[in-house]
Ligand binder design. Sequence first.
Ligand SMILES: Nc1ncnc2c1ncn2[C@@H]1O[C@H](COP(=O)(O)OP(=O)(O)OP(=O)(O)O)[C@@H](O)[C@H]1O
Length: 223
Amino acid sequence: MIRFTHVGLRYGKSAGTASVALENIDFEIPEGGFRWLTGPSGAGKTSLLKLTYLALHPSEGRIDLFGTPTARLDRRGTALLRRRIGVVYQDFRLLQHLTAFDNVALPLRLARRKEAQVRADVTELLRWVGLSGRLDHRPDEMSGGEQQRVAIARAVIAKPSLLVADEPTGNLDDDQAERLMHLIRSLNRLGTTVIVATHNLGLVARHPAPMIELQDGRMTWHG
Ligand SMILES: Nc1ncnc2c1ncn2[C@@H]1O[C@H](COP(=O)(O)OP(=O)(O)OP(=O)(O)O)[C@@H](O)[C@H]1O
């Protein structure tokens, strides 16, 4: 379902200024699998996730997503594949002019779901993540942890085939982090493939699953 084969990534175009962010990355995540992605700051976790959700192209090697070699995708093909991926960004990327409700509703509205269903699903999910009282708040009226929960709700609301989450519990207390992990694991049990980057080793220990570990852009552990 996700396969990286000898993947490398360099930032910067000319050889003199290019910096190597990832080198020789090889792994496979089966459909419905769950992987932790760990490693120190600057190890390449966000870069690897960006390759996975098609925001970057590898400088070397090959990435297959949902059985499709991503190098062969045109813009339309990329957009279609991208719609099957839910992303929790490290910096949330909520739309500032929209309320929490409308941010979370966005993927369902893009998928042209009926408005009554959108209302029911979004209200239920925001209640589940403890934000019933924040439906009409815009991001700048919410705390970091509240914004993070909105970002997670937006990523999972349309039940994506793949969920990619970059430090999804970074702004949450332990109880909230556990609740969010419960949500992510439930989605995973329903068939969504999940990859979660985190520094929170306590969380990893409480939710044992295979791990990809990076150090200086190289894989030091997978299993
Ligand atoms: N847009 C960019 N241009 C140039 N170099 C970059 C860019 N983004 C990341 N890098 C470099 O690539 C390397 C990997 O960065 P990346 O953000 O993937 O690490 P990370 O493991 O996610 O770190 P953190 O845990 O701090 O978020 C770092 O050396 C970083 O400085």
